[in-house]
Design a protein around this ligand. Structure first.
Ligand code: G3H
Length: 255
């Protein structure tokens, strides 16, 4: 029965892969128990990374509880030693374990690698961006973004993420009015994948993401089906999605 279940999930992954137009979809069982599902997705993400990365690879990470789970599973996942981890964005308020910098540091500790900090607030005034780009530590981060081999990122619900970030009323109204559904890398997206709003930030840019050989999106649970679907409308074609069965079935129902 276990083998049948996994075979079914492989078929589900293949069907989703075709629908979403990305490179690969890995589906783990279940989804009703969020924490268990995140651990399973994290194991699957680590096994994918173990297969494509090597000593010296540069891995960028975003924040969020799903990517944090990847760091929790990394110690026993057979990942190569000597990789370099970097946060794809600066810090926010909220759970310290879900901060991109913390996740990068934890991944380095778990795998015998190094990490490069990006000690900036995630949201910046437009006028601060230029001067900060001259900082040596920011230049170092920018250089790593240009040669990132893998980005491990979550996909969020647009309004929830905007609330978590303490977005102002005008932004909330815009996101509501234009029916923003997904958030990734500071981009708020509509159902058709169009960009509705962008955070004023320093981090991995969209053009850099497009050039990364292994973009790895990790997101599951029924409520993430809409955000995943919207994000994948504009995702780089080489994207690999790790999701769970609940999200996978809901995506197929919605698409
Ligand atoms: O940045 C946040 C992620 O996009 C989603 O966060 O994994 O906690 O749902 P999560």
């Amino acid at each position: 029965p276990v083998i049948r279940q996994w075979t079914g999930l492989e078929d589900l992954g293949t069907e989703l892969c075709r629908k979403l137009g990305i490179q690969k979809v890995m589906v783990v069982p279940g989804g009703e128990d969020g924490d268990l599902s995140k651990r399973r997705m994290a194991r699957a993400a680590c096994s994918y990374m173990a297969g494509v990365l090597e000593k010296g690879s540069v891995v960028a990470v975003t924040g969020g509880s799903t990517v944090a789970a990847v760091a929790d599973e990394a110690a026993t996942a057979g990942l190569p030693e000597g990789m370099r981890f970097i946060a794809a964005r600066g810090g926010t308020s909220g759970d310290v374990k879900s901060q991109a910098n913390m996740i990068a540091a934890m991944l380095a500790a778990a795998t015998g690698g190094g990490w490069t900090p990006l000690h900036l607030p995630e949201t910046l005034a437009e006028t601060s961006i230029g001067p900060l780009l001259e900082e040596p530590s920011v230049k170092e981060a920018m250089d790593l973004y240009d040669r990132t081999d893998c980005i491990v990122h979550g996909i969020g619900d647009a309004l929830e993420l905007a609330r978590r970030r303490g977005a102002d009323d005008g932004t909330m109204r815009k996101l509501n009015a234009e029916d923003a559904i997904a958030e990734a890398f500071g981009y708020y997206l509509g159902r058709d994948g169009s960009v509705i709003h962008r955070l004023s930030t320093i981090g991995l840019s969209r053009s850099q993401i497009d050039r990364i050989p292994h973009p790895l999106a990790v997101a599951g649970g029924k409520e993430k089906a809409g955000p995943i679907l919207a994000y994948m409308k504009q995702a780089p074609a080489q994207t690999v999605l790790v999701t769970d069965e609940w999200a996978a079935r809901e995506i197929l129902r919605l698409s």
